[in-house]
Ligand binder design. Structure first.
Ligand SMILES: [Zn+2]
Ligand SMILES: [Zn+2]
Length: 176
């Protein structure tokens, strides 16, 4: 993962805006973790960082699109990824109530200053915006368990015999 740090201690009180279109923020971890999707339309992010005594707020948007494989039919399709976020990043060691014990801090203290790890932060926001089970369409019909045909494309011949065999099983159950 690339290092991309924004110094947050000396920002103007109403914050500052930054934009990022460095693809390695997303492309590096995708490659590193061998994730099952790839970038279609390049990603870009806009963030506004506002400094506070015990942390900083980071709000903004993230956009791009991915090539995913459908969880049902295994066909590749384009998935638009958009995220809107508004997070408070607490400075480590502070006693802010926002500090949960398991929080991942995207703040790096260095030489008395605080830096936001933008690459880590934007990677997390990206991951939160992804679907758990990517589907090419809500009504994707998947593949036939018998012959492997993509049921979105054509009706295979198994459909008829499948219902026949189910009916047969039902009949035999009833008889026994
Ligand atoms: Zn599908
Ligand atoms: Zn079939």
């Amino acid at each position: 993962m690339i290092e991309l740090l924004v110094e947050t201690t000396n920002l103007p009180v109403d914050g500052r805006e930054f934009s990022f279109d460095e693809q390695r923020i997303w492309a590096d971890p995708i490659a590193e973790y061998h994730l099952p999707y790839r970038i279609a339309e390049p990603f870009s992010a806009m963030i506004r960082v506002v400094p506070h005594a015990d942390g900083c707020t980071v709000e903004g948007t993230l956009r791009g699109s991915l090539f995913f494989f459908c969880d049902r039919c295994a066909e590749e399709f384009t998935y638009p990824v958009t995220a809107e976020f508004h997070e408070f990043e607490a400075y480590p060691g502070g006693d802010s109530r926002n500090n949960a014990p398991n929080d991942v801090w995207w703040v790096v203290p260095k030489d008395g200053l605080h830096y936001l790890d933008v690459a880590g932060f934007l990677w997390e926001q990206f991951q939160l915006a992804l679907p758990e089970k990517p589907l090419c369409a809500v009504l994707c019909r998947g593949v036939c368990a018998e012959c492997g045909a993509n049921k979105n494309l054509d009706e295979c011949r198994c459909a008829a015999s499948e219902s026949d065999s189910r009916l047969a099983a039902f009949r035999s159950m009833k008889l026994s």
